[in-house]
Write a protein that binds this ligand. Structure first.
Ligand code: CA
Length: 228
């Protein structure tokens, strides 16, 4: 399990890092909200332990920035006398919280539960940059913005998203989305791609849906096009 701890109190951060490392976790530590946000956005963590009160910017600001692009499970650490922080944290998208002081074993149990939950949900969700597809409810988002897609547009996006980074020909897309298998109907694909692009890509940055001339289409996050 790869874990990020964002905690400004050196003693607590150190205690957690040691304890979790002993449990076989790979642990990174950030000591303020600025570093915490940077690391949370740059790396793929299984779970993030996020203190609410941090220098630089508080845990809620980190959580908001994170939720705009990633759904990494977050457990927030809050002070005993700040009930409103627990509510605020959950409202901002925290998955769980612990009140300080807490027992290490309880934290460990909750981290493991969140990690299991994250894995179980993995195949039901596809994420590319700030694009998020929920394949069960068939909803798509760019950041917090829900995309208004038709059933076919969602199916097309899901096909591209599940094979992110892979160039798909119009023929292949026509077969997968429309169950057609003749080249003459690939104009349908072109039209649908155009509509999809206008809804899910043109109003947002960075662009994720790319045309590969003479070959087809690819959905991918390109580092050189302003990845967050
Ligand atoms: Ca703190």
């Amino acid at each position: 399990m790869k874990i990020l701890i964002v905690e400004d109190e050196p003693k607590t951060a150190d205690y957690l890092r040691k304890g979790l490392t002993e449990q076989g976790c790979a642990v990174d530590v950030a000591h303020d909200g600025i570093d915490g946000q940077h690391m949370a956005l740059q790396h793929d963590y299984d779970v993030i332990v996020l203190d609410a009160m941090l220098p630089g910017q508080d845990g809620f600001a980190v959580l908001r920035a994170l939720r705009a692009v990633r759904q990494t499970p977050v457990i927030m650490l809050t002070a005993r006398d700040r009930i409103e922080d627990r509510v605020k944290g959950l409202h901002e998208g925290a998955d769980d919280y612990l009140v300080k002081p807490f027992s290490f074993l309880e934290l460990l149990a909750r981290l493991q539960a969140l990690n299991r939950r994250g894995r179980a949900q993995e195949s039901l969700h596809v994420r590319i940059g700030d694009l998020h597809l929920d394949l069960i409810s068939r909803k798509a988002y760019r950041g917090q913005t829900r995309l208004d897609l038709t059933a076919k547009e969602f199916a097309l996006l899901a096909v591209l998203a599940r094979r992110q980074g892979e160039i798909l020909t119009k023929t292949a897309i026509a077969e997968m989305v429309w169950d057609m298998n003749f080249d003459s109907n690939t104009n349908v694909v072109e039209v649908a791609i155009k509509r999809l692009r206008a809804k899910m890509d043109a109003p947002f940055s960075p662009r994720l849906l790319h045309t590969i001339r003479g070959m087809g289409y690819v959905l991918e996050l390109r580092e050189d096009e302003g990845a967050p």
